[in-house]
Design a protein around this ligand. Structure first.
Ligand code: ADE
Length: 237
């Protein structure tokens, strides 16, 4: 999978060289590059990429020309899915991450300041994604969240023994609690059922834990799952 992050702050993406994503990059499973939008500005004297907003208002707006030329240079034939990171976009979910992972070329456009000129969105963007209802100072951290969540669905990134099906949200539910050695710590014991080796019992216990924690913390997920299964029973009518 190829990922290109278009940004005024390419160094921010250096942290993707660590951990699971870093290993996937080293193993050649994902090719991630941060592209500096500033290199594409027509203003070769001051390398300016922003300006004051028409109509007035606080802050600066990223100009359309450097963004347009940068996108054209990276993706002249529109082979990439072009995503703009924005608090106005659709909220990133497990489903979105799986959908994005099905594309082998992903372009993530990061805004800064008060956002980008609307014409850059009209001309260069297929999809707008938000990582939550709060405003970040730029789209870079949001793009890195997208990259991490998407990378986990790229074949081979998590290794063959890891299944996504037990993770939180995979089945519209939160994941059951996990334990590892020792069996007791500070008086807290690992539940006996997990030490017993009866796989049917373990599976039942985990399913019950998963249902309980989801009901307690995310009743909205249970509601969505129930609505989806009613819809399935009605054949999507
Ligand atoms: N840029 C600024 N805030 C953002 C958010 N919440 N999600 C995605 N991109 C952003």
């Amino acid at each position: 999978m190829k990922i290109r992050a278009l940004t005024l702050f390419p160094k921010m993406f250096d942290c993707l060289n660590e951990s699971i994503v870093g290993r996937a990059v080293k193993n050649g499973l994902i090719d991630i590059r941060a592209v500096d939008i500033r290199e594409y500005t027509a203003d070769k004297k001051h390398f300016k990429c922003d300006d004051t907003p028409y109509g007035g208002g606080a802050g600066m707006v990223m100009s359309v020309q450097p963004i347009y030329d940068c996108v054209q240079a990276v993706d002249p034939d529109h082979e990439y899915l072009r995503v703009y990171m924005s608090p106005k976009g659709e909220t990133l979910t497990d489903k979105t991450a799986r959908e994005l992972a099905a594309h082998d070329k992903l372009l993530l456009l990061c805004g800064h300041y008060e956002g980008i000129d609307e014409r850059a969105i009209e001309l260069c963007v297929d999809r707008e994604i938000s990582i939550g209802d709060y405003v970040l100072s730029g789209g870079e951290l949001a793009a890195m969240v997208v990259i991490d969540s998407v990378a986990r669905f790229v074949d081979g990134v998590l290794g063959s023994r890891v299944s996504h099906e037990d993770e939180s949200f995979a089945d519209g539910m939160l994941e059951y609690p996990q334990y590892t050695r020792p069996p007791e710590f500070m008086g807290l014991r690992v539940p006996d059922v997990l030490l017993g080796g009866n796989h049917a019992e373990i599976e039942k216990y985990r399913r019950e834990c998963s249902e309980k924690i989801t009901a307690e913390r995310r009743a909205d997920l249970i509601k969505a799952k129930t609505a989806a299964s009613v819809n399935d029973e009605n054949g999507g009518r």
